[in-house]
Structure formats: structure tokens, C-alpha cells
Design a protein around this ligand. Structure first.
Ligand SMILES: Nc1nc2c(ncn2[C@@H]2O[C@H](COP(=O)(O)OP(=O)(O)OP(=O)(O)O)[C@@H](O)[C@H]2O)c(=O)[nH]1
Ligand SMILES: [Mg+2]
Length: 319
């Protein structure tokens, strides 16, 4: 028997659950967002997932790993792979981050090329666009004009025309991850481009990042705020231990904030430790929100000389 719209309102609504039928055509697959640093890739992934899976900041090179965020919709599932911004590498770390992006591009169903609405398309963007040629028609290509809330409709239209001239895209879409405008439209369109497939992740999961990695990233995000020049690039965070205190069960987190030079250590710590205390306070708030419990956070600032250029130290820091 089919249900009609005349169903009496008194009747208890059924929980929505897509029946496993052949006509349902549940789709699932991988999409990666690529683009220059700072164009809003991680903010967009978080908006799609509905949770802060990746840290974001106004500093370039915020993302340093391929981070997966899972988007669940009735019609399908998207596994978003957020990647580091592609840039001209100046260090071994930079080279490795660019190589990571290249590797990721070969592994996905859809590539989402991101350009901000307010900045003209430049050599950095055209370089990345050319890299997409290596991935044939099997990989769908979508252009995403980000940060539309920052400009007027005329500028958005200009950018849509400019990006459309780069290649024949499967989709060109303007959106704002900040206001959420068009984010759901993108999710629906991306699902339509995915292969028919059962869900690849369980319904509750939003990422496969470990708790420890997420905690380290939240500390790095807090440390990034307010620093400038080379310092954002020089920061790395590792976790020594996350352990419950006997008695009250308080979660104790012991973490290291790495910098590359002694002078940077002083900046991070600040006058009488004031800056580090502030970083710790902000990070702890975010970590408690993520884990849903009280934590004690102890940060140590350490120097790993020129770690961005040193293969051994890069390995130790997880790159
Ligand atoms: N106004 C506005 N700002 C945005 C939007 N999306 C991102 N931003 C801001 O742009 C900055 C960079 O955002 P991210 O998401 O970290 O950029 P990214 O492309 O992941 O950067 P990398 O990881 O360094 O490559 C942050 O300050 C964000 O708050 C948006 O839709 N509107
Ligand atoms: Mg990012």
C-alpha cells in the first residue's frame, strides 16, 4: 500500500530510512577539494559535514594532511578529502604537501577546484587547473567559487565566467561556506556525480581522524592565531600522552608545540608565559567541546631546528 499526503496527522511519522531497493540508487564516493592555500577548502568541508573536522585559519598552509570528512544524506554519502593548499614549495615540507595533493587527486571520483570569488584567477590557480588534466574523464571535475559572501553578485558572475573558461567542468557553483549559502546544493550535486554504491562509512561517523590527531590539530589552530610571518609554517604539535587521572577520571593531555628557532620559542611563550597560557585556554575549550569532557592540558614548547627542511625530523613529526 502506498502512503498518500492525506495520511491523518495523528499518525505517528515513521523515522526516515531509505529502503534497500534497486531503484533507490544510493550513491557514495570520494571528492577532494583542491586550490591555493587559504581559499576555504577546509571551511567548506566542515560546512558540508556539519562539524569541525579540519582546523581552519587565515594563515596559509593550515591543512597539512589529507583529512577525510563524511557527509551523510538520504540519497548518498560523500567522503570529502580535504587537502593542503597547493603552492610554490620553499621547503621539503612544502614539496611533500604538494605531492600528497597529487596522490589524493588520483584516488577520487570527483575533484572540486576551489577559487575565491574576490580574487582574480592567477598563475597559482591556472597551475593547479593544469594538474587536473592528468586525471581523465573518469574523474569528474567541479569548479567551486568560494566566499561569495565577501563580494557582490556582479563579481560572483565575473568569477563564474572566468572559471568556466578554464575547462569544461561537470559543474560550476558559487557558494559561501561561512553563511551556508548553496552548501546543500553542492552536497546534492556531488552525490549525483558519485557512483551507485552502498554507504562506505557507518551513519554516525564524521571522520576517520583519530582523537589524538584532532586534539593536536586543535592545539595548532589555537597556536596559529595571532602569529605572523614565518611562524605559522614553523609550528607543529605532537601529543605525548592522553591519560585519565586516577581518582577523578580527568583526562590529562601532555602535548608539545614545536617551533624551528629559539627566537620563535619566546614569541609562542610570550611575556611571562602569557601567550602560551592563552593558547592553552583556547585549545582546552575546543578540545573539551570535541570530547565532551573536562580536560587538563599541559603544553611544552620545544625547538626542532629547521624541521621543515630536515627529512628525519619531518618523519618524526608525521610527514
Ligand atoms: N567570508 C568568508 N570567509 C571564509 C569562507 N570560507 C573560508 N573563509 C575564511 O578563509 C580563511 C581560510 O579558510 P580555510 O578553510 O582554512 O582555507 P583552506 O583553503 O583550507 O586553507 P589551507 O588549508 O591553508 O590550504 C579562514 O579565515 C576562513 O574563515 C567563506 O565562505 N566566507
Ligand atoms: Mg585547509
Amino acid at each position: 500500500m502506498t502512503e498518500t499526503r492525506d495520511t491523518p496527522p495523528a499518525r505517528k511519522p515513521r523515522a526516515f530510512c531509505a529502503p534497500p531497493s534497486e531503484t533507490a540508487e544510493h550513491r557514495a564516493g570520494f571528492v577532494t577539494f583542491v586550490g591555493r592555500p587559504n581559499v576555504g577548502k577546509s571551511t567548506l568541508m566542515n560546512a558540508l559535514v556539519g562539524e569541525k573536522v579540519a582546523i581552519t585559519s587565515s594563515k596559509p598552509q593550515t591543512t597539512r594532511r589529507a583529512i577525510r570528512g563524511i557527509v551523510h544524506r538520504a540519497s548518498g554519502q560523500l567522503i570529502v578529502v580535504d587537502t593542503p593548499g597547493v603552492h610554490r614549495p620553499r621547503t621539503l615540507l612544502g614539496e611533500r604537501l604538494n605531492a600528497l595533493v597529487q596522490d589524493t587527486l588520483g584516488d577520487v571520483d570527483v575533484i572540486g577546484f576551489c577559487v575565491p570569488a574576490g580574487e582574480p584567477i592567477g598563475p597559482g590557480d591556472t597551475y593547479i587547473n593544469e594538474q587536473l588534466d592528468a586525471h581523465g574523464a573518469r574523474v569528474r571535475k567541479v569548479a567551486i567559487v568560494t566566499k561569495t559572501d565577501r563580494v557582490g553578485p556582479e563579481r560572483v558572475a565575473e568569477q563564474l565566467i572566468a572559471v568556466s573558461a578554464l575547462r569544461e567542468w561537470d559543474l560550476v557553483i558559487p557558494l559561501s561556506a561561512l553563511t551556508g549559502d548553496q552548501v546543500d546544493v553542492l552536497a546534492d550535486e556531488l552525490i549525483r556525480l558519485m557512483p551507485v554504491s552502498p554507504p562506505l562509512y557507518e551513519a554516525e561517523s564524521t571522520t576517520d581522524e583519530t582523537e589524538e590527531d584532532r586534539v593536536a590539530e586543535l592545539i595548532r589552530e589555537a597556536a596559529l592565531e595571532g602569529v605572523s610571518d614565518e611562524l605559522p609554517h614553523s609550528l607543529a604539535v605532537t601529543i605525548d600522552e592522553m591519560i585519565e587521572r586516577e581518582g577523578d577520571g580527568l583526562l590529562q593531555i601532555f602535548a608539545n608545540v614545536w617551533v624551528e628557532r629559539d627566537s620563535q620559542k619566546g614569541i609562542i611563550i610570550g611575556h611571562r608565559g602569557s601567550r602560551l597560557a592563552d593558547v592553552g585556554r583556547r585549545a582546552r575549550g575546543e578540545i573539551e567541546a570535541l570530547l565532551g569532557r573536562k580536560v587538563f592540558l599541559k603544553l611544552h614548547v620545544k625547538v626542532a631546528k629547521e624541521w621543515q627542511r630536515d627529512p628525519k625530523q619531518l618523519g618524526r613529526l608525521g610527514f
